[in-house]
Design a binder for this molecule. Sequence first.
Ligand SMILES: C[S@@+](CC[C@H](N)C(=O)[O-])C[C@H]1O[C@@H](n2cnc3c(N)ncnc32)[C@H](O)[C@@H]1O
Length: 288
Amino acid sequence: MADQDKQVITEAVRSRYGSIALTVLEDKSGGCCQGSGCCEGTSLNTDRISTDLYEVDELEGIPLKSKLASLGCGNPTALAELHPGEVVLDLGSGGGIDVLLSARRVGSTGYVYGLDMTDAMLELARQNVAEAGVKNVEFLKGDIASIPLPDNSVDVIISNCVINLAADKQPVINEAFRVLKPGGRFAVSDIVIHGGLPAELVDNSELRRDLSSWAGCISGALSDSEYQTTLTNAGFGGISLEITRRYALEDLGSTLPDWAKSLGEELSQNIVSRFASTFVRASKPLAE
Ligand SMILES: C[S@@+](CC[C@H](N)C(=O)[O-])C[C@H]1O[C@@H](n2cnc3c(N)ncnc32)[C@H](O)[C@@H]1O
């Protein structure tokens, strides 16, 4: 992909999540992201992707605005088996929900970094952390393809529906590998296309060029084999992908995006059924 196209994608993603954060910050939400669709505009209905990811009791004490801005597709903190004293980095931390949940799990001897490129999301996350009174966390501004942390400094990388938004995935995975300590874990929720796209759609398809679908976590998703290859190329081992939620055409919501309209129902159904929220695990080998 040309650098200019990557920039266009990054700006579309920043603009979309910036405006969601501003809506929550300005408290114009009226309960959005709890079922009334402030997240509309995604290809798959975000309510279906982002609701019911967390147990009710684990959300106790988490600020409302953090819950309203929860835009993930899984619950990486629950699946990552975090331990007291660990250092965690959340790639694309958004309103901070997974940072706050991780901070509880690693306790006062642990530390959690949230990294995000969108100013309004960082402001929202910092407000939420102040409201929760949590001390062992810090939000950093930056791109997940250029992580502002030293080599070998993090025990666990988590992320929730963000890597699929990156215009170029390999630099992101390479950076994750670099900052992890030897033996460190990559424990990420993401949208993955299981079995890949049908051959006629892989290159230059409308789906891949639909910026709204990209910013909605769909068009930029890797196939399962691409994910494995990208992790292997970076040096990771112990790779596994576990489906946590599947989707169907009905989840597209009331308006079909253009790429789906032109394909007919059978092919669209076939494509959408390949998308799944997936928990991706890998580990950085111990130094020899
Ligand atoms: C789908 S939201 C998920 C937010 C959060 N992980 C959650 O579960 O609620 C995507 C977030 O990732 C951030 N983001 C997307 N691409 C990024 C990048 N290349 N570098 C840093 N942050 C990025 C966006 O600003 C947004 O806050």
